[in-house]
Design a protein. Structure first.
Length: 145
């Protein structure tokens, strides 16, 4: 299990933090179970964004050690992991949140994360631990500190 957090790991002045790293907060969107959505269910993660606000794969390759995720779900302990990219070409590659690098069954893939602009007010879909797809609203995107 990863033990990373969103705290800046790079206190050493020799470590260069890419300027396009962003902290992104997703909260559960409206659903039958949560008609008003929920700010107590979601994710906070770090990712490099390009000028279109899409995840920048090339920048991620050199900054992946900064790309942590925290899953917060009311009634459960927070989980910490990494934003990962699974290869597979244009049609089969995908982004996911990985909480245990030695297992793949815990991965939570984002549906078409590579095609989404991470801008407040936009929506994304993640297949969670329960194997169900949940829709989340992007509530904030801020510079990584």
């Amino acid at each position: 299990m990863y033990t990373g957090t969103h705290a800046r790991v790079a206190s050493d002045a020799s470590v260069v933090v890419p300027e396009n790293l962003r902290c992104i907060r997703l909260e559960l969107a409206r659903s039958p179970e949560f008609p008003a959505g929920s700010h107590r269910h979601g994710y906070e993660f770090v990712a490099p964004l390009d000028s279109r606000r899409h995840i920048d794969l090339q920048q991620w390759k050199s900054a992946r050690h900064f790309c942590n995720v925290r899953r917060f779900w009311s009634g459960e302990a927070d989980q910490f992991g990494q934003l990962i990219h699974k290869p597979g070409g244009d049609e089969h590659a995908f982004w996911a949140f990985d909480y245990d690098p030695s297992a793949s069954e815990d991965d939570e893939p984002g549906h078409r994360f590579g095609a989404h602009a991470f801008v407040p007010g936009e929506y994304v879909t993640i297949r969670g631990h329960d194997a169900k797809e949940h829709t989340f609203r992007v509530v904030s995107v801020s510079p990584f500190r």
